[in-house]
Write a protein that binds this ligand. Structure first.
Ligand code: ARG
Length: 476
C-alpha cells in the first residue's frame, strides 16, 4: 500500500503503480513520442469520441460519463487548435497527454474512457485516420499536377522535339506527347493510392492490447462512426502490422521516382547546352560566386528528396521485418518516416503543379508560366542527329526492301552524311540513290519532321492528332 501511494504521488503516467523507481530522465526522452505524434491529436480525439459513444451505447459506461468525455475532448481540441495545450514529455505520447488533460478536466469520467481499449489499437487507429486524410490530399495533388500537364501538353500538341533513347537523338516526337507520358505515369500513381486507401480504411480499435477485450463492445458501430469500410479482422494483426503505411510510402516513392525522372529532364533541358526551356526565376536561385548562374534548384531538390522518401520506405520495411507478433515499441518509429514522406510528397506535388503551369491572370496579377519553351531550339535539335533515319528505312521497306536490308542501307547513308557533316535531308537525291536505288523524289517528304510525326498515327503514337486524342481521353 505504501508503495502504491508513493507510486501514485509521483504519478504522471497511467502505468506507474507497477514500478519501483521512476523512469530515468534520458530514457523518458528516448521513449517519448509526443514530440512528433502530437500531430495525431485531432484524430486521437475523433477516435476517442467514437469509442466513448459506443461504450455508452453498449451500456459499458454511463450516458453522463459519455457526455462529459465528449465535451471535455472537444474543449481539448480547441486548446490544441489554439496552440494553448501544454504538451508534456513526462506523459510520453499524444494519447496519454490528452487522457491526462481530460481527467484533470472532468475527473473519473475521464478515467473511464480507456475501458476496453489499449494504446496499441488506439495508435493504429489514429495513424489510419490521419493517413486516410493524407491519401486523399495526395490524390488531389496528383490530379492538380495532371491538370497542369494536360494544359501544357495541349499548348504543345504539335511542338516538335527530339525523342531520345540512351539520351541520343532517336526520332522526332512532340513535346505534348512527351508530357503525356507523365500523365500516364501519374494516372497509375493515383490508382496505387486509391487501392492503398482501401487497406488503410479499416478499423483496428477493439483489438485492445492484442487479443480483444472482455467488454461487450461493438466494433462495427465504431467503424461506422469513423467512416471506416470495416474492421481489421484479427486483433493481433490489427495492432501490429503497418503494411498500409509501407504501401503508402511505396506509392509515394513511385511518384517521387516519376517526378525525379521529369526533374532530370527539366535540368538537362534548361542547361544552355540544350536550351529547350527556361525555368521561371521563382523556382531557381543564383550562385554566391558565379554571377552568371541560374540554378534549377526545384527540380534538383525533387530529385534529391526522392532519395529521402526511398530512405523512409527502407526504414519502414526494416522496422517491421523482425518484429514478432503483436505490438512492439519499435512501431513507434513508424511515425517520423511516414510524416516526412507525406510532407515531402505533398509539398513536392504543389510546387510541381506550379512549375508546370501555363501563364494565368489571377485577380489582375499575371502569374508567369513555370517555364517557357524554346520551340526553335527544340525543333533545331530534332532536325539534327538523323532523327528521321527510321522513317527512311520504313520508306524503303514500303517499296519492297526487307527491313533489315533497308536498315543497313540507311546506316551506310548516315555514316556518309556524318562524314560530310550533313543531315540526310541535305543529301542530293542522286547521292541517296547510291545507297538504295529505290529512293525517289518523294523521299524528301518522308525526311521532314512533320512527315515523320504524322506517320505515327495510331493510339499511343506521337502524331499531333493522336496527342490531341490522348489529351481528350485523359481529360475524361
Ligand atoms: N506511442 C506509442 C506508439 O506510437 C503508442 C502505443 C504504446 N503502446 C505501448 N504498449 N507502449 O506506438
Amino acid at each position: 500500500m505504501t508503495q502504491k501511494l508513493s507510486a501514485l504521488n509521483k504519478k504522471d503516467t497511467s502505468w506507474s503503480g507497477r514500478f519501483n523507481e521512476p523512469v530515468a530522465e534520458l530514457v523518458k526522452k528516448y521513449t517519448a513520442s509526443v514530440g512528433f505524434d502530437y500531430r495525431l491529436a485531432i484524430y486521437d480525439i475523433q477516435g476517442s469520441i467514437a469509442h466513448a459513444q459506443m461504450l455508452s451505447e453498449q451500456c459499458i459506461i454511463s450516458h453522463e460519463d459519455c457526455t462529459a468525455i465528449e465535451a471535455g475532448l472537444l474543449d481539448i481540441k480547441e486548446e490544441i487548435n489554439a496552440g494553448k495545450f501544454d504538451w508534456q514529455l513526462n506523459l510520453e505520447d499524444v494519447h496519454l497527454n490528452i487522457e491526462k488533460r481530460l481527467t484533470d478536466k472532468i475527473g473519473d469520467a475521464g478515467k473511464r474512457l480507456h475501458t476496453g481499449r489499449s494504446r496499441n489499437d488506439q495508435v493504429a487507429t489514429d495513424v489510419r485516420l490521419w493517413l486516410r486524410d493524407v491519401t486523399l490530399q495526395v490524390i488531389e495533388g496528383l490530379s492538380r499536377l495532371q491538370a497542369s500537364l494536360l494544359d501544357l501538353a495541349e499548348a504543345h500538341f504539335d511542338t516538335v522535339m527530339p525523342g531520345f533513347t540512351h539520351l541520343q537523338v532517336a526520332q522526332p516526337i512532340t513535346f505534348g506527347h512527351h508530357l503525356m507520358a507523365y500523365v500516364e505515369m501519374l494516372k497509375r500513381d493515383v490508382a496505387r493510392f486509391q487501392d492503398c486507401y482501401k487497406r488503410i480504411n479499416r478499423l483496428p480499435l477493439g483489438a485492445a492490447a492484442l487479443a480483444g477485450t472482455s467488454y461487450p463492445i461493438n466494433r462495427e458501430r465504431v467503424a461506422e462512426k469513423l467512416g471506416f469500410d470495416g474492421v481489421c479482422e484479427n486483433s493481433l494483426d490489427a495492432v501490429s502490422d503497418r503494411d498500409f503505411a509501407i504501401e503508402f510510402t511505396f506509392a509515394s516513392s513511385m511518384v517521387m521516382m516519376h517526378l525525379s525522372r521529369f526533374s532530370e529532364e527539366l535540368i538537362l533541358w534548361s542547361s544552355p547546352r540544350f536550351a529547350f526551356i527556361d525555368i521561371a526565376d521563382r523556382f531557381c536561385t543564383g550562385s554566391s560566386i558565379m554571377p552568371q548562374k541560374k540554378n534549377p534548384d526545384v527540380p534538383e531538390l525533387v530529385r534529391g528528396k526522392t532519395g529521402r522518401v526511398y530512405g523512409h520506405l527502407t526504414a519502414l520495411l526494416t522496422l517491421m521485418k523482425a518484429q514478432p507478433l503483436a505490438y512492439n515499441k519499435d512501431n513507434q518509429e513508424d511515425k517520423e518516416p511516414l510524416f516526412d514522406t507525406a510532407d515531402t510528397l505533398l509539398v513536392t506535388l504543389e510546387i510541381y503543379a506550379d512549375m508546370l503551369r501555363l501563364p494565368v491572370i489571377e485577380n489582375g496579377v499575371v502569374i508567369k508560366a513555370g517555364f517557357t519553351v524554346n520551340k526553335e531550339n527544340m525543333r533545331q535539335a530534332a532536325s539534327e542527329g538523323f532523327a528521321t533515319a527510321t522513317d527512311l528505312a520504313d520508306y524503303l521497306t514500303k517499296k519492297g526492301m526487307p527491313f533489315r536490308d533497308a536498315h543497313e542501307a540507311v546506316a551506310l547513308a548516315v555514316r556518309y552524311a556524318v562524314d560530310q557533316r550533313l543531315e540526310l535531308s541535305n543529301l542530293p537525291l542522286a547521292t541517296l540513290q547510291q545507297f538504295a536505288p529505290e529512293i525517289a523524289e518523294d523521299v524528301f517528304s518522308v525526311l521532314t519532321l512533320e512527315g515523320s510525326l504524322n506517320s505515327r498515327n495510331h493510339i499511343g503514337g506521337t502524331a499531333p492528332s493522336q496527342v490531341k486524342a490522348a489529351i481528350a481521353r485523359a481529360r475524361k
